[in-house]
Unconditional design. Structure first.
Length: 219
């Protein structure tokens, strides 16, 4: 078994466990609303990690992202992530809307912690349903492309643990693009001459590095 298969297998195993934990948390949270506070905790971890490793949190640490990769991939059309979802104006608009909804509902339910926790469970359920629909129609990680935490991590993770490409070694086999779970195409940076890679949505999963036959990619 080659390096890529080993890395992909280990990552998938982590995602299965993380995804299952996500399903259990969501199910139990309807009966024990205080578990909903796990959600803002994940948000803080995701944003905090961005200052150190970019969007690494979104790789498999994020239970939602792991759920999409592990459980919707076999059913997805894999048509690709729509360009609109990656547009920063669209992403910031989604972020602003969700923050407004969150602020309104927290104010409405304050100081009842159970009601606040239940709101987080409701919000998570609604967005996970939307994410699953988008995963089936477009790409497993469609939601992740405009996820509010992913957007904040994108904005704050510039220059953190960047992916570099050796233009002389790259033969543009495009295996890196096929391996990328969020639809990035590292080989394109050979044409533009950009080093290190500036795509801040990179999940730092390392699959592209492992699959590259010429070892042209590295963090």
């Amino acid at each position: 078994m080659d390096e890529y298969q080993i890395k992909r297998g280990k990552r998938r195993l982590k995602q299965i466990f993380s995804g299952l934990a996500f399903i259990i948390l969501l199910s139990v949270g309807w009966h024990y609303p205080l578990l909903g506070f796990f959600i803002p905790l994940c948000m803080l971890f995701g944003i905090g990690m961005a200052f150190w490793r970019g969007r690494k949190w979104c790789d498999w640490f994020c239970p939602r992202g792991s759920f999409y990769d592990a459980f919707t991939t076999p059913l997805s059309s894999k048509a690709g992530i729509p360009t609109l979802f990656k547009n920063m104006y669209f992403r910031v608009s989604v972020l602003t809307a969700l923050l407004a909804v969150m602020a309104f509902n927290l104010g409405l339910r304050w100081p009842d912690m159970n009601k606040i926790g239940l709101f987080f469970i409701i919000m998570l359920t609604a967005t996970i349903v939307l994410g699953v629909i988008l995963a089936l129609i477009f790409h497993p990680r469609s939601w992740c492309s405009f996820c509010p935490i992913g957007t904040l991590a994108n904005l704050s993770g510039k220059g953190r643990h960047t992916l570099k490409i050796d233009s002389e070694s790259c033969v543009e086999c495009k295996l890196c693009a096929k391996a990328c779970p969020i639809g990035i195409k590292p080989y394109l940076y050979k044409k533009t001459g950009i080093q290190p890679m500036t795509d801040k949505d990179c999940l730092k999963c390392g699959l592209c590095v492992a699959v590259c036959p010429k070892k042209a990619l590295a963090f």
